[in-house]
Design a protein around this ligand. Sequence first.
Ligand code: T4K
Length: 391
Amino acid sequence: MKFIKQPSDLAINGAKPAFSEPLHVGRPNIGDRTAFTQRVNDMLDRRWLTNNGPLLQELERKIAKYLGVKHCVAMCNGSIALEIAIRALGLQGEVIVPSYTFIATAHALFWQGITPVFADIDPITHNLDPAAVRRMITPRTTGIIGVHLWGRAAPVDELQSIADEHNLKLLFDAAHAFGCSSKGRMIGSLGKAEVLSFHATKFFNTLEGGALVTNDDELANAARLMRNFGFVDFDKVIHPGTNGKMTEVCAAMGLTNFDNLEPVVAVNRRNYYAYQDALSTLPGLDILEFDKAEQNNYQYVVLLVNVDCPVRRDAIVTALHAENILARKYFWPGCHQMKPYKELFPHAGLVLPNTIDVAEQVIVLPTGTALPSHAVDVIADTLRVLTRTAA
Ligand code: T4K
């Protein structure tokens, strides 16, 4: 273990990096390998590799039960699940979304000829600000997509009231929020539907994968049809559709990781509090809080670099990267600054002051079961030396 006690110990000043291998944000958590390979071998024996196989059905049942929701329609990834949800809900015209989210939220709309209209966030919660949502409603608005950013619930009740008042459909992008709750209720059955991501980098992964979860029978049926080209039988298509199916290998990984959910959350929680303890005295640095009364997956450790910090956010990221700590500036610079949205709305920033501010403050730190045991201390030491030197 390398000790970082003074400026000359930092890799930006010519010292050896603290880690010989990169520490990634999003290193996958992997459950019991024997159980996984057993499931894959059984799958090979069955010669049933995809198309609503038994592993997929078992995974869907388990997830629906865990979330207390009627339907789980698993898909090949969260982006396709979002696209299918958007189509199944009949969204068109304009849909209000945060700009402060992963680009997939906006792309899922734009890819289908729908205009994502960016509303500002609350600077404390990082989630949509209901007042800002109201300001962005036009006669062309058909829906709102709330994102439960970092796994913390969006303002569900307020968004529902706006949706009801203006006859809009409310969908939640719950890509970060599997295993999280909102006012004591598991995220998964809010709004008309919610969409989960089980990408390799999520605390629970199916290699690639995602799901639409809902209590709405009609919507779930439509989504099931859409993910399999609209087929109901051999030679019979009754719905427009695409290929959104989750393979059996992915479902095998999902079932294996589902059995390992609690230990992974326990490691994430331990890392989260270790970061909080280690960084609490550093000037201008705060770890984003989670409500202890809610269930959280702690998959994102979000470091906020505020105005009192003597070092700028980007300089910190550069120094961390030099140590092979590949911290991320999620979700900088905001979707509105990314092509094609920048071209579509060149002045969007004028109504997104909080988005711009928050996107300049955030650093996401590595966590998960692959994080070496001493990593939090080394990262904290790096930040301590950086802030002390600059003060
Ligand atoms: N909505 C929201 C709010 C989302 O955050 C996301 C995805 C979606 C929708 C769409 O869901 P999916 O269609 O992805 O299911 C990553 C993930 O790829 C993405 O799933 C996630 N959000 C986003 C927040 O993070 P990138 O481009 O920043 O990182 P990526 O995938 O290159 O992975 C990060 C690092 O993790 C890599 O540099 C190396 C490491 N890694 C990655 C993989 C895949 C590994 O060590 N092993 C691996 O297998 O997007």
